[in-house]
Ligand binder design. Sequence first.
Ligand code: FES
Ligand code: FES
Length: 182
Amino acid sequence: MTTHEDKDLCALEAAHQESQERRIVLSLTVNGKPVVEEVDPTMLLLHFLRDKLKLFGAKEACGEGECGACTIILNGEAVTSCLVLAAEAQGAEIVTVEGLSKDGELSILQQEFVFEDALQCGFCTPGMLMSARALIDRHPDPTDEEIMEGMGGNLCRCTGYHQIFDAVKRAAKREREELNRS
Ligand code: FES
Ligand code: FES
């Protein structure tokens, strides 16, 4: 006799098999390293980074593209990874907050966030840093308006936005100075 439990098990197995059949092979570069992984085509990029690659810097907060906590850089653009499918990153170059430091040394941008006390709980900070990174890459000498626009999608509940603004400004200046010296 077939019980309800047997039917549930069959349905689960069928769903599992269907999801296995639908999987795609994703090939991309993350923080300078090639990555090849099988994923479900419905998986979000944020979940791919956190669950598959164990890169926990990008945070899940609103899940609706409103807070910026999940921001990463995709092909040079700051994007909210909670709104992007992993499949859309096929062949892409991704940078997450884990890719900012080099050989265990914080980048200038990270150093300036520390110097300016531009964080308290730190939950929003990885997303802030990635928006700031994309902003400075695009505008090495950003105006106040460009900083406000570039950081406008990132919300912070506990730090004054002044410190964040100053950290971005100082980092851009120091990076320009480093570039002129080299
Ligand atoms: S978690 Fe992606 S924007 Fe808030
Ligand atoms: S430092 Fe806490 S939310 Fe920004």
